[in-house]
Design a binder for this molecule. Sequence first.
Ligand code: G6Q
Length: 577
Amino acid sequence: MSQSTKPRLTDLPEWKALAAHYEVMRGVHLRELFARDPQRAERFTLSAAGLTLDYSKNRVTAETMQRLTALARACGVETARAAMFAGEPINRTENRPALHVALRNRSNTPIYAQGHDVMPEVNRVLARMQAFAQAVRSGEWRGFTGKPIRAIINIGIGGSDLGPAMAYEALKAYARRNLTVRFVSNVDAAHIGEATRDLAPEETLFIVTSKTFTTQETMTNAQTARAWCLAALKDEKAVARHFVAVSTNEKEVARFGIDPQNMFEFWDWVGGRYSLCSAVGLALMVAIAPEHFLAMLDGFHAMDRHFAEAPLERNLPVILGLLGVWYNNFFGAATHAILPYAQYLCRFPAYLQQADMESLGKSVDQQGRKVGWQTGQIIWGEPGTNGQHAFFQLIHQGTRLIPADFIGFCRAATGRAGQPCPAVLSGRTGCAALPSEIPRREIANHHVKLMANFFAQTEALAFGRTTAEVAKQGVLPELVPHKVFEGNRPTNTILAEELTPGVLGALIALYEHKIFTQGVIWDIDAFDQWGVELGKELAGRIQGELTAKAEPDLRHDSSTNALIQRYRQAPRMGATS
Ligand code: G6Q
């Protein structure tokens, strides 16, 4: 269906049917839905690419799901999905394909962007990354004074930071422990200052990661890192041994002084927030070793294939996307919580915040008309069980509906890529551990407690505690209403055996394609980010006003003018007068 003839979302009969169905469903409790159908859990559980999704604790029936998938079809999700995999310019406002699926196309079948197969290029850069990672890890790559590299600092921001920073945390069990890996993004000097203060320049390698190589924060941090390095090594030639770049912009890389030989390229068809599988993942690959990076790509690819091939009714990303539409557009839920029960996934909510909110935070449709429906939700979260002792109260007993995804694992991460230490399963010791490592029996003990909380929370959120149940506990009558839990709080449970590189890849791809599905339904461009570009433009103008010697002619609103004046008048470090 061409864009010009595409009817508006809220005019679709499928949308109207869902609005009517919502009137029926809004008063139905999950207790009732489970009581009515003993097969409910089985009916609403699916597995793919090593992940199991149980979506039975949602306020839906088989009819709801059928109506939602009918909406997806009417919105052209299947056609749009095919267009993405075919390399069509689905990022319309930038006239580009969004081909992150090519970066992890482990089947190596040709994928075309603007008429040419991108796979040879993808494979060539991947091979260069592997050679580089091996050279650093083996000590073959030496610093300027001949010492091996002991610390890697990735300098980048947004999409050039969050992916590798999140995945490095997530896969720390696989990381080389005698290599320090850090990620510097903020232009606040505290970030680069704290990241470098205990490191030796002659053993430190900087990976400057920037698609454009013009981003103010990254370039400022890179210049500071260069100065820090040269202050110790005192020779411009040291830059070649201590700086490599990841970018699409060879000219700017060379201008910075990095030898283009030490540049790992990617392409304009890779969006920043979808770039982890490109050379943007270089620091991660050095940390966890190429074979684990490739295993992560395999996981991405397995989920990509599932998304591309499974019918909408049995398609995990599509189901997550549709449930999001159901709560956002019909129940009016403004936020969605991401709650991984895994400390290793501590950065996952922040990563998804960018992936989702930057992609779906749009208010005009593909033709530039104001949308007449809600688009992206507010994504937030923290790992469990910490969240339980903090904000869970509002999810359980607050007045707002907050759908949540609970992500958990059957066993603790071992760093062994899916080959569990038998002791972890049985609770016995047996595998060799470093003397400073926590015994595996203890890890298993922690894990069972973690997961007991995980299962207990989704149960409590769904079923709550009734007045009768509270009264039975012998609670003082005036306290009964305070101890009642309404329940009917929807959750998805995403369960995998273990947090391995492959499982992480599948999990990220699951959410990427969820976001894609929602973008198609809401008829917005999920691959541009004009709001980010605006930020880059505005700061430049004010920077001149903050540093001008003469009193600047401020032409902002009265609030901004006064704040700038206040800042100018305060004594500052590095002030010349
Ligand atoms: C991601 C966004 C944004 C971008 C950063 C860094 O999709 O476009 O977060 O990644 O602004 O941009 P550079 O990589 O060009 O420095």
